[in-house]
Design a protein around this ligand. Sequence first.
Ligand code: LAN
Length: 764
Amino acid sequence: GHANGHANGHANGHITQPATDITRWRLKDDRGRQTWHYLQSVEEVKQWPLTTADKYHLGLDTELPDLSKPQTPLQSADNGLQFFSHLQLEPGNWGCEYGGPMFLLPGLIITRYVMDMPMSQPEQTEIVRYLFNMQNVGSKNGGDGGWGLHIEGDSSVFGTAMNYTTLRLLGVPADHPRMRQARQCLSELGSALNGPHWAKFWLSVLGVTKWDIVNPVPPELWLLPDWTPISPWRWWIHMRMVFLPMSFVWSRQWSYPRAESDPLIRELRQELFPKPYDEIRFSSYRNAISPADNYHPKSWILNLINWLLVFVWIPFLRYDALIKKAEDWVWQLVQIEDANTDHACLAPVNAPMNTLVCFIQQGPDSKAVRKHLDRLADYFWVSKDGMMANGTNGVQNWDTAFAIQAAVSAGIAAKPEHRKTLVRALEFLEDQQILDHPAGYENSSIYSDPPTQKTSPEMGYRHARRGAWGFSNRTQGYTVSDCTAEALKSILQLQTMPDPKNPQKALFPRLLDDQRLKWAVDILLTMQNSDGACSSYEPTRGSEKLELLNAAEVFGRIMIEYDYPECTTACVTTLHLFNQHYPDYRADEIRRFITRAVQWIRTNQRADGSWYGSWGICFTYAGMFALESLATQGETHENSERVRRACRFFLDRQNEDGGWGESYKSCETSVWCPHPDGSQVVQTAWVIIALLEAQYPEKEPIERAIRLLMHRQQPNGEWLQEGIEGVFNKSCMISYPNYKFIFPIKALGMYGRRFGDAQANGTR
Ligand code: LAN
């Protein structure tokens, strides 16, 4: 297809012309399944009007009214929630663009290209616009014409080679001025031959590089017995679920069948390399990688293993029967993943790869490929910048749970004007709890009720899930420790809230009965590691030494589940709350869990008083959680040296304007790095919450921070987007746009409740 007439090649801001008619895009939210649709006719436009949320996300004027100017923090919180309520979607959840990573669209578009199943014309046009908007041009990230690993990152081969290729596949001509700039940048970075493993994989699938350039991804690893220390079931779920389909495709050395005759592929072979394709010995670039991409250099042991695989195993030892056995087992595991997620898959990296495996195995007309194609739509999002790939199929459960908690912590949840919003949010979470077991669990030898940490091959090595919540929706269906905890916490908060007028009566409907709450607790009790901490999707199953086999190069700490203060705290605070309302249910286990978890939080504190955060940026994020954990034990500024040190860490870094701002570089370097743009609303809110949890005694520094939040609030109650908020794998940033509503509302309300709601308007 051709994205005609995209983008002004010299624009240095947002490229909006010519694009699609942006007013024709609609977000559909079907019980938490979010997809974007481009309306074709005036008739359709009439029948399906733009909602306020559509307008907001598309960058159109929401026309929401100015609210009365808040004089106090609580009024400010109230206005914030009022604005945020307008963005609530039909089924009761919140949504948002969840971009940041710049390596997701390429996998999705390459997959569709090699299957000869392009996206619709309006979608292609908007993807082109998005990619041009994220290009590092003008004042953006050095302006060298490339793309980085993520939207705020410096240009890398991964970002530049992959997004350049994607634009070409979407019909952008090579002589477009922006494309010339990109090629220039790529050649300065050392060409596509210097890309990381995943870039080489995708370009080989496309037929632009030869498979010789890809380090081995042997499916045979899946035949290792489960007891070996390197068996893939022990890896972090995202790595093993990417490794799985990737190993199948690698084993087949499958490439786009029409590569040789497709003129576009032949052009790409000219454009991406410094010398003619036929003269390149691809095998000699297997380990080539540009410094801009090499966040986690391959270990000597991985290099040795790759050498043995390439020069001994593959030519002399790898035999057909073994290959077939490995591929068969991998194929079976792919099908288990597809069945458990209704073909949505874990995330937008393994989703297109599983699609490709189904295409290779069953052909273009198979049911599996059709299901996959339909599901891939859940990963796309249209924003003011164009169409992007989200990091997951949405943020539904996570943001909705936090929205409830913000209102509750702010003390405004019982107000009649917020009731409708909160009831709908509660209804949404009720609908999204996972109520079934993973396929194969009930009939497996390790089945038990309540569940344990055990897993088995028949269930695709998954963790128990009945009673859990995932990050996005029930369809995706993966237990996450803190998503389960935060959802359960928010439900408990609402369902146990007494009616202020009649304290015998509950204010909110009781949508989850005791059994379902207990199932959730059962899941939380399986999430603890032997050292007391919690990880993300599963307890840690392997040794940290597995990091020696990290082959992705662009990410750090990806091979196993690690201990996270964020996830640990979510479980601690939720179990603590549950225990207060249900003192009889598994009380000893809960007490033991909490004691050991909080002890881990204590030992995880760094000498300077901080905690390193893995999912938000960075020390400001983790410090908030850690202090919340300690608060459940009554450990505060008054009685704890540890808490005092944590407060000092923050106060030493408060900006002149009263706020806090931390750069994403903190995540990469594990050292505090101030944000180049100064104070950030989200991080300021995080630190306010941290100091309030710590019961920091002085009002003055917190009040200054509160003033900053109020000062930055717009007349209609909203806050504007600032720097990126989230992170994964140390090096890749990801957006959490709703945090700018959730955490200021929570911070303002908590402050008002603690220090009294005196006048503190935003003027300085
Ligand atoms: C997420 C998003 C949510 C996040 C929190 C719940 C915030 C966290 O506390 C636990 C981990 C979790 C669930 C998480 C894990 C990794 C994800 C899924 C992501 C950061 C969103 C995107 C990322 C995923 C790995 C992106 C695909 C990239 C690969 C390298 C496979």
